[in-house]
Design a protein around this ligand. Structure first.
Ligand code: NAP
Length: 284
């Protein structure tokens, strides 16, 4: 399998390295071309300067920022990839974007899997991501060996869009956990509790979770290196709020997180890790 990857950010760069380690990576691309040139030189693969550079790929993996970025890449790849090639998108975007991408590629005989991931940059680096897939079993079977390079679990959730629908559910949980952990730890600080004793004590009981484990100590040191950028979670929450409203379910957690991450992003923390939420929780 010849694999290309577009989007060499916090998630895409380690994914590319895993694909390379398994001998599958041929070409990398990125909006800021310098990142692609640098990684390509380090790994001995090609740096793409245009979509045609992916023409020999059986699979092109996307891990870009937002909906418009996915659609822009899909529009560029559709006329150049060969019939039978597959595009797998690990970005978090809307179900509508997944449908539009699948439709546009299908018109050229190219498969599409919406395949958002969960597990954070640690999951990407350790190759332990949970991948939630929308599309056909046949397309997933074709590319599973590539996704296996960085996944702990790959689940076909249903037809096109079901991966992004699952990721929307994931982000409700993520948003609520962030709210609870940041609010709790801000209170713990104010009460003068020793974080060296508090964090492992919380983690050992029913309050333990990924975010507390991976970001608890760093947020108490005011270290907000992403990780997962506030601006990306805000993008996700806008998508999820629309879905909850359309579905007629409660959006209380989503609404609170959306207000908090809007304020953080407007205050200039858009590129900070989502654990920067503790800054807002320190004052009423
Ligand atoms: P990131 O660090 O901001 O990286 C995004 C990368 O995509 C950057 O290198 C960017 O290039 C590139 N890019 C953006 N638009 C592009 C385009 N139109 N064409 C080519 N390259 C483009 O973001 P990330 O944290 O890796 O996240 C990527 C996606 O995965 C997002 O949708 C995010 O919501 C999702 N996600 C993130 C996490 C996480 O923990 N970080 C976890 C799960 C899912 P530049 O260098 O020019 O900016």
């Amino acid at each position: 399998m010849n694999v290309g990857l577009i989007g060499l950010g916090a998630m895409g760069e380690p994914m590319a390295r895993h694909l390379h380690r398994h001998g599958l990576l041929r070409v990398v691309g990125n909006r800021s071309h310098g990142k692609a040139e640098q990684l390509a030189a380090a790994l001995g693969v090609r740096a793409a300067s245009e979509a045609a550079d992916f023409a020999d790929c059986d699979l092109v993996v996307l891990c870009v920022s937002a909906d418009a970025d996915v659609l822009q890449n899909v529009a560029a790849l559709a006329p150049v990839l060969r019939v039978g090639a597959i595009v797998a998108d690990h970005s978090t975007v809307s179900v509508d974007t997944a449908h539009a991408a699948a439709e546009q590629l299908a018109a050229h005989g190219i498969g599409f899997l919406d395949a958002p991931v969960s597990g954070g940059v640690e999951g990407a680096r350790n190759g332990k991501l949970s991948v939630m897939v929308g599309g056909t079993q046949a397309d997933l079977d074709t590319v599973r060996a590539a996704l296996d390079c960085y996944a702990a679990r790959i689940t076909l959730m249903g037809d096109s869009g079901a991966g992004q629908a699952s990721k929307a559910v994931n982000q409700v949980l993520v948003a609520g956990i962030n709210e609870a952990v940041c609010e709790g730890l801000a209170l713990g600080e104010r009460l003068g509790l020793d974080p060296e004793r508090l964090l492992p004590t919380l983690a050992a009981g029913a309050a333990g979770n990924w975010f507390l484990d991976k970001r608890g100590a760093s947020m108490l040191r005011d270290a907000f290196v992403p990780g997962f950028k506030c601006a990306h979670l805000l993008k996700d929450l806008r998508i999820v709020q629309g879905m909850a409203h359309a579905a007629g379910t409660s959006s209380a957690v989503i609404d609170l997180a959306l207000a908090d991450y809007t304020a953080l992003t407007e205050a200039g923390h858009g590129d900070a890790d989502t654990s920067a939420l503790i800054v807002r929780k320190r004052r009423r």
